[in-house]
Design a protein around this ligand. Sequence first.
Ligand code: SIN
Length: 549
Amino acid sequence: MTQIKTDFLIIGSGIAGLTFALKVAEFGHVALVTKKGIMDSNTSQAQGGIASVFGELDSFDLHIQDTLASGDGLCNRDVVEMVVKNGPGRIRELIDLGVHFNLKDKKLSDSESPDSELDLGREGGHSQKRIVHAHDMTGREVEKVLVDHVKNNDRITLFENHMAIDLITISTRMKRGIITTTHEDYCCGAYVLDRETSHVKTFCAKITLLATGGAGKVYLYTSNPDIATGDGIAMGYRAGATVANLEFVQFHPTCLFHPDAKNFLISEALRGEGAILLDSSGSPFMEKYDTQKDLACRDVVARAIDTELKKSGADSVFLDISNKNSDFIKERFPNLYKKCLTFGFDMTQEPIPVVPAAHYMCGGIATDMFGRTDLHRLYAIGETACTGLHGANRLASNSLIEALVYSHMAAQQAVKDIKTSDFTATPDPPPWDEVGTTDSDEVIMVSQNWDEIRRFMWNYVGIVRSNKRLERAQRRIEIIQKEIREYYWDFRVSPDLIELRNIAMVAELIIKCAGYRKESRGLHHNIGYPYRDDMHWQKDTILRRSFMG
Ligand code: SIN
């Protein structure tokens, strides 16, 4: 049995986990666990950029107002103010670490105050230009620089191809990490599968951070990479942490529609630069749905496309930026331009076919302003968390800024915890127990249930929901969860089984939250309750696992 003791255990290697690691490393040993390679994260795929106030015509108040409007009455105003006001400072830290963002005049990269010269893009729901970006590959640039720093920090030990299975709390007792009670509980690490050796290692930590990103893979069509299986949300919930607002799944309006284009997002920044959505007969349609037309908030645009597709029976709508100068398009969107060409579309000359796809979880593990969950010693930041910033619909490009601000707040608090708490009484967790399990003889169960969940979530718990559809989804997830539980007890864990168990858990939580909210608001639209109802529902949807029975 391998046991690894560390001060800080970080699960996930996107912008949130990496930034937190760099900030706490000076104060203790860090173990950073990531289930594939270190660059495999949602962050690496982020195209648009990071929203923050740098523009001459912009102000904190305007960014706060835009975030609150997009959140449709459910944002926590204190959190919004804190994130918006801390944003520019966190972006300057990235510039100091060596991240190159686009500047208005490329020659200015050595200027003494480069932030006044940042080139700012615009996206849906923003009243001002405020998207700091590195061409159309912002996430990759940020991730690359953070990874370099992490790899060169000898206080951070990196565990690639290590997949967390479950958190360990002091009440973890039974076989295979199953947690039984939560009284006076706290988190003390995680069981982690080493994918290369197939051994399960026990990580014992004073502080554990979940930064595993989102859960787009719960849906059949998603802009997310394959790693986005909601691992942190599922593990946190199973261990007893409260989750919130999981009905608010954001569908990005524009993913490339092409049979070979797996998860390929067409950034909202295109619409920010003047691209227009067209229906299958080539007519613009967004003016029918919102006064902000193509730059309306994402929930509105995704629903509008869904309506147009259902009306016309067409496979896709189209996004047209060919009205812009082609040199400008190639310079501003080099990656998108090249990628689209490989699929046979020249975006400088013709509209490209697009459809909505699951993109971002606005809900997650509920945290306070410092990223603390209600399970002691467990933190959650980034897409895994529900901080109160996004409310019922995240404003475009507010996710990376949230991850940066919260990794800073959480790191400061976690360092305080390490310095002031007494960890000597923490008992050693029980080793991973796989007595009585064998290698699976029915791997087909995993792929069958995986496909089934993603398809019924898309059809029944997608952009537009109804009570009937939610009930159908509820019945199906109950059957699948039962099968997974039985299987989990009998067979050795594998990466596919771990991910299936997690997407099933997150699907169940989304269905529960969606069924609970009897109104339509932001990203949650139920035709049975088509209106927003502030009197009864201006509140978060909260779920906590019951350990009774
Ligand atoms: C995009 O580039 O459209 C995605 C940005 C985001 O999700 O905030």
